[in-house]
Design a protein around this ligand. Structure first.
Ligand code: ADP
Length: 237
């Protein structure tokens, strides 16, 4: 696709979605039996597996906090997750996403209950199509709940941005590449506490409000999907 190609035609996006429509979402809790907690989320063409170990003794020891647990997040994109093979291993982007994911989840946990321990969270991106940090945060939140770690609230993440001059919900890869802005956010829905807010690109203050409003309007729906996925596991579906 070229910059000049239209991404919105007659009010519809290239994949047929309305401007305020999410991609199809599937959530599964507990697909892996050996991790303390796990979750698999498909969000459009994104396919992401999150696993949790812990709380367990922190290694390396110099990272231990005497009065609290720490969360160690490793966000990793598999080399086969994108069109051109991705060079394996950490890079600036994965370091940034690991950090913002940790910060998005921390307020939901009772870290002071587990001094000197670590909650180790792995986010494996098996297939990427833009929006992987949000998909990863939704999956991680489910994996933490699956591990039986008490939480104040689940964490819901979703992005909105601007494509062809129009504010749109949940950009896919072509929209993210050629669009003008992307605003991922995460929130603890019951407490209405925003735990992640980033902006890539340019929006006017009005467009920013509109984008945030679009994301906010689907938070309860995503939260409901998360709760259903958790209940499905414990109902044995
Ligand atoms: P997010 O996945 O949270 O939207 P970015 O905006 O940084 O984060 O990335 C957008 C998309 O770009 C990713 O979901 C992925 O599809 C693609 N992408 C990111 N890094 C690479 C890479 N190294 N090689 C190819 N594609 C990539």
């Amino acid at each position: 696709m070229k910059k000049s190609d239209k991404l919105i035609v007659d009010g519809k996006r290239l994949d047929g979605r309305d401007l305020d429509e999410l991609r199809p979402i599937k959530m599964e809790v507990g697909p892996l039996k050996r991790a303390d907690g796990s979750a698999y989320v498909e969000w459009g063409k994104n396919k992401i597996l999150a696993t949790v170990y812990g709380p367990r003794e922190t290694h390396p020891r110099h990272l231990q906090e005497s009065d609290s647990a720490i969360i160690q997040v490793r966000y990793n994109m598999a080399s086969f997750s994108v069109e051109d093979r991705k060079r394996p291993g950490p890079d600036r982007r994965s370091t940034e996403i690991s950090k913002v994911t940790r910060e998005a989840l921390e307020p939901a946990l009772f870290l002071s209950k587990y001094p000197r321990s670590s909650i180790d969270l792995n986010i494996e991106v098996l297939q990427a199509d833009a929006g992987t940090r949000c998909t990863g945060i939704n999956a991680a939140s489910l994996a933490i709940a699956d591990a039986g770690i008490p939480m104040r609230d689940l964490v819901v993440a979703v992005a909105a941005g601007k494509v062809d001059g129009k504010v749109c919900l949940d950009l896919d890869k072509s929209e993210d590449n050629l669009g003008e802005a992307d605003v991922p956010m995460a929130i603890m829905p019951r407490r209405k506490l925003v735990t992640l807010l980033q902006m890539d690109g340019h929006l006017t203050p009005e467009e920013f409000k509109e984008a945030l409003g679009m994301s906010m309007s689907v938070v309860d729906r995503i939260h409901e999907m998360q709760r259903n996925a958790l209940m499905d596991k414990y109902r044995g579906d």
